[in-house]
Structures are given as C-alpha cells and as structure tokens.
Design a protein around this ligand. Structure first.
Ligand code: ADP
Ligand code: TZD
Ligand code: MG
Length: 586
C-alpha cells in the first residue's frame, strides 16, 4: 500500500520510490523517449525528473502546440505521442489536440496533473479546480485516472493499449498531484510496472472476406483505389506499394497519404481526380474514410448514384457502411489485409482494362502539362502558383524533407501542386481541417525524424501557433517556415461593408513583418517578394539548417474564399440583396 512521505522514517526512505519516478519508469518501459510539455503545478518536477532520467522533455509556450506535436509524433512513429500539462486551463488547452488525435485516429496520451480530488469533488474551489476526467472522456478514445502509486503500471499500460490497439486514438491520463508524491517500496514498485506486449497487434481478415474483395475488384472495369492516412500510419509501405502495383489500379492518395507511393508514380491519379471519382465503377478504400473530405462518396462528383461498388480495408469494423454500402469489407490492419490479398492473388491477376488506365494516364498528363507554365511565373507580389512552383522543386530536390502545411488557399493549392515522394513526409490540418497545427507539427517532425522541416503556412494559420517560433529557436531545430502573407484570411483585400473604420473581419495589418518574429529569438528572418528570392532563401535555410522564417509576399487578391471548400459555407438570401460588394470579394 502506498503511504505519504511524512509517515516514513529516514532509513525507510532509502528503499522507497515515489509516484514521480514510477510514472517516468512506466513511460520508459513502454518506449517513450520524448515528452511534449508545458510545466507548472503539479507537474513541474515531473518534467525535471523525466529530463534527469534521460527522456527528452520539450517545453512549449502553449499546451495546444505541445499537444499537436504529440499527435503528429503519434502519426509519424506509430507509438503514442506524450503531452504533459497542468490542471484545468492547461488540460483544456491540451484537450483540443487530444480530440484532434482521436479524430485523426492517431495514438496520443495526454497526461495532465489535476487538483486535490477531495476538494474538486466537493467543488470547494481548489487551485485550478476541474473534473478533468469527465470532461476528457467524450473527446478521447479512453480516459483513466490513477489514484495510487501501485496502480501506475496498470494505468500507464491501459493508456498505451487503448491508444494503439485497434483504431488508434487519444487517451487521457489523469494524475492527481498527490499521486506523484506517494511512496512505495522500490522493489515492489518496479515489479508493479508493465510493458505492453504487441502494442500494434495485427488484426487478420477472414479468408472469405479476402476472396469476396478480390471478386468485387475482378469484376470492375474502371477500378480506383483511394489510399488514406491510415495506410501511411500503418508503416507497411512496401506492402501497400506491392498491392497497388500488383493490382495495377489507379489510385488517389489522400492528403497525408501523399508520398506513400511517390506522387509521380504512373498509377497516381491525383491530377485526374475529378475524372476518376466520377467515372470509376469500383472504389477500393485503403485506410481512408468516406467522410466529408470525400463528399461521403456521393453527389455529382461521384457519378450516378449506385454506379460504384465499394471495397474497404479498415481496422475499425464500424467504419464499414458508415456512408456508402460496402460490398466487400476487409476488417483488419492494412499490412495483414494487403498480405492476405497478395497471397490469394498469387501470380494470377488480370490488371484493369487498358482503355481505363490509359484514359486516366492521358488526363493526368494533360492536366500536369496545363499547370506547368503557371508554376514557372516570377510575379511580384507572388501568386500561389508561382510560390508553390518553387516549393514543388525544393521537395523534389530534398525528398526527406517533412512538409508541414496549413491555411486555406495556402493549404489547398500546396496539396495539389507539391508532390511528395516518401511516406509520412506531409503533416497537415487533418480530418478537422484545423488551423494551428503548424509549429507543433514542425517541432515533432524535426524531433522525431531529425529531418529538415519546411512549413508552408497561410498568414492566418501561422498566427495560431506563431509564438512557438521561440520553441523552435530554443531547441535549434532545422525548421524553415514560409509564411504565405496575403494580408489575411483567404484574401487580404476585404472591406468593411458597413463603411465603418474597423477593418474587414478577414484582413490583417497590411505587409506585416513576420520575419521579425524569428529574428526576435535569434533565428534567420527574410522577405521574399518573388519566386526567385523565395527559392534562394529556402536553399540558404536548408544549407544552414537554422530556424528560418521567410515572409513570402502573396498578392492579396490571389486567393479564393475558403480555398477549395467555399461550397461548405451557408448562403444568405438577404446578403445577395443588401451587400452588393459581396459579389466582388469572393
Ligand atoms: P484520410 O483522411 O487520409 O482519408 P482517415 O483518417 O479518414 O484518412 O482514415 C484513416 C482510417 O484508417 C481510419 O478509419 C482508421 O480506422 C484506419 N486505420 C488506422 N490505422 C490502421 C491500420 N493499421 N490498419 C487498417 N486501418 C487503419
Ligand atoms: N479556427 C480553427 C481552429 N480552424 C479553422 N479551420 C478555422 C478557424 C477557420 N479557417 C479555415 O478553415 S482556413 C483559415 C481559417 C481561420 C485561415 C485561412 O487563411 P490563411 O490562408 O491566411 O491561413 P490563405 O492562404 O489566406 O487562404
Ligand atoms: Mg492568408
């Protein structure tokens, strides 16, 4: 049984350990190397001791960004990313990121200190009082609280198992401050810890399901694969590639699956997206959900209703039929499913008819050729194509670079223009399309891989996490941030339709000097007014590997309202009548 330190005499203390060290050892036993953290009561010493015990503890300026870093680390490494926060407000700041991890099916553990249970539960008004466990529960895959030092091993094991096994997600672990100070016998304490065995346990599909899937795929004349970030997460890159190439089916990579196969692969149909979504008669989803990002598999862009049959690989059984009827569900992990499919195929597979694959290839070539000259302009101020033409070249030259991307136009255009060549090299706004993942993802990208990071950030998007530039400088990370500065959200030329003096709701201070934010902390800051300057400045940043921010001046009139998803905005019948300016501004 755990006891409070005051009850022990000095001699006994020599053979005791405490909650702090049991928790650190439990994390280490489960493979944790890095903690993304913001210190404060009651976890300040937990961070210090963890650092002293050989963990890398990176402190951020705001918990949300520590959390986004942990979420991205989960995606990149297939192990839970760990975020550590103080109670109530720190916890809530981190919770957004935990919900983001859960939504994206990434493993993450949010460890938050909490106040005195006895005081919180009677609502007596403790320092940073909050019933955190109950608040976390609906936003997490699982949520646990550890009350006794001897349960630390159990609680941590539960958290790792829940975060990783099956569909991954975010787990909340509530650590009342008093737990950290509890003591128990060191030998017993050590024996109470558990390392989770087979964390990402395989889940093998039933043979009948494999045969059914192959039958549906065989009967297709115009099949299409859609590969999602679940497949990138699964880290069975060679198997996925073998599956695509054996089947010979054109594929669309979802945003964070770009690079799982190089975007320049002959079967990549990204540049023929509209054609393949509309014309295909069978869609094979591999670690991708038919959610809003794919218009739920319906609507004009998907061709006539009932035209397609669906095959889907997913580790989560309830994903099947969540939007369209799935003719052949393959419930299992991607590696096991791909292996089973390839084994069942053996050497016996008839690739799809040439008229389909040729038509797709032709459309890809036409569209790529049409876009090419637009990416070569040297306009000043820049448009998105001119600036992204440079980024495209840089990513082709430096294929291990991790590209972090957020914004509206800055996101949508970058996703379609910039090719990715290797798996898990693109970190972006994910399933929610959130702004603010930028600097946290950049830190995780640099720390978890050691690779150069290049951030393409809308000026609004950057603002959500801009203060973490100090974090990037403090740890001297090889991060080059390009702020696409068009003076605002979507566009920088919005007007206040009341005629009043306040700026429009979507514009910022004109020509803001974002580069000075980097200079303030000792990094390199510069301004690029045309694509040639941008190229030169990114080359310099990559050569030095110094924290760099390039303020890239984009034409304020170049963007579209909400980028590619303006259609999701509700429309007002009154507006069309009384704000004639609205027509000019979109
Ligand atoms: P995207 O946004 O790229 O389309 P989603 O996040 O919508 O991708 O979908 C990812 C899917 O992958 C989720 O439904 C998740 O359950 C699934 N998934 C995650 N890991 C694995 C895995 N190892 N094997 C199979 N499916 C997985
Ligand atoms: N808040 C959060 C957390 N997520 C969001 N997605 C939004 C607000 C709404 N939003 C977008 O969807 S994109 C965007 C916001 C505020 C910024 C777009 O402006 P930008 O990019 O400067 O980042 P462009 O290049 O000007 O379009
Ligand atoms: Mg902008």
């Amino acid at each position: 049984m755990a006891t409070a330190p005051a009850d022990l005499d000095i001699e006994a203390q020599q053979t005791q350990t405490d909650g702090f060290h049991l928790l650190i050892d439990a994390l280490k036993l489960n493979g944790v190397e890095t903690i993304y953290n913001v210190p404060g009561i009651p976890i300040t010493d937990l961070g210090r001791y963890a650092q002293a015990q050989g963990l890398r503890v990176l402190s951020f300026r705001h918990e949300q960004h520590a959390g986004y870093a942990a979420a991205a680390a989960g995606f990149l490494t297939k192990k839970p990313g760990i975020c550590m926060t103080v109670s109530a407000p720190g916890f809530l700041n981190g919770l957004t990121a935990l919900a983001h991890a859960t939504t994206n099916c990434w493993p993450m553990i949010l460890i938050s200190g909490s106040s005195e249970r006895e005081v919180v539960d009677l609502q007596r008004g403790d320092y940073e009082e909050m019933d955190q466990l109950n608040i976390a529960r609906p936003h997490a895959k699982a949520a646990y609280r550890i009350l006794h030092a001897e349960d630390i091993g159990l609680g941590v094991a539960r958290a790792f198992r829940a975060a990783t096994t099956g569909r991954p997600g975010g787990v909340y672990l509530d650590i009342p401050g008093a737990l950290l100070g509890q003591v128990m016998d060191e030998v017993e304490g050590k024996a109470s810890l558990r390392g989770v065995v087979d964390m990402n346990a395989a889940s093998v599909p039933a043979p009948a399901a494999v045969n059914r899937a192959l039958d549906v795929l065989k009967s297709a004349k115009k099949p299409l694969m859609i590969i999602g970030k679940g497949a990138a997460y699964a880290q069975c890159d060679d198997k996925v590639r073998e599956l695509v190439e054996t089947l010979g089916i054109p594929y669309l990579p979802m945003s964070m699956a770009k690079g799982l196969l190089p975007d320049t692969h002959p079967l990549c149909a990204s540049a023929a997206r509209s054609l393949v979504l509309k014309e295909s008669d069978c869609v094979f989803l591999v670690g991708a959900r038919l959610n809003w990002l794919l218009s739920h598999g319906q609507g004009k862009g998907w061709g006539a209703p009932g035209q397609k049959s669906f095959v889907q690989i997913d580790i989560e059984p309830t994903e099947m039929d969540s939007n369209q009827p799935i003719a052949a569900p393959l419930i299992g992990d991607i590696e096991s499913c791909a292996t089973a499919l390839l084994d069942a195929i053996g050497g016996n597979w008839q690739k799809p008819p040439n008229d389909w694959t040729d038509a797709v290839q032709e459309k890809v070539e036409t569209n790529v050729a049409k876009m090419a000259p637009r990416l070569r302009n040297n306009n000043s101020p820049m448009d998105y194509q001119g600036a992204l033409g440079v980024i495209k070249d840089i990513m082709a030259e430096h294929q291990d670079t991790i590209l972090v991307n957020e914004g509206a136009n800055a996101l949508d255009q970058c996703r379609s223009i910039v090719d990715i060549y290797k798996p898990r090299k693109r970190l972006d706004v994910g399933t929610w399309g959130i702004m603010g993942i930028g600097m946290g993802s950049a830190v995780a990208g640099a720390v978890e891989t050691g690779n150069q990071v290049l951030c393409v950030e809308g000026d609004s998007a950057f603002g959500f996490s801009g203060m973490e530039v100090e974090t990037i400088c403090r740890y001297d990370l090889p991060v080059c941030i390009v702020v696409f500065n068009n003076n605002g959200i979507y566009r920088g030329d919005g007007e206040n339709w009341s005629g009043g003096e306040d700026p429009s709701t979507t514009v910022f201070v004109k020509d803001s000097k974002y580069e000075m934010m980097m200079q303030a902390f000792g990094g390199e800051g510069s301004v690029a007014t045309n694509p040639d300057e941008l190229r030169q400045q990114i080359h310099a940043a990559f050569a030095s590997r110094k924290p760099t921010l390039i303020n890239a001046m984009i034409d304020p009139a170049a963007g579209k309202e909400s980028g590619n998803i303006g259609n999701l905005n509700p429309s007002s019948v009154v507006a069309q009548r009384i704000y004639p300016q609205a027509a000019n501004q979109k």
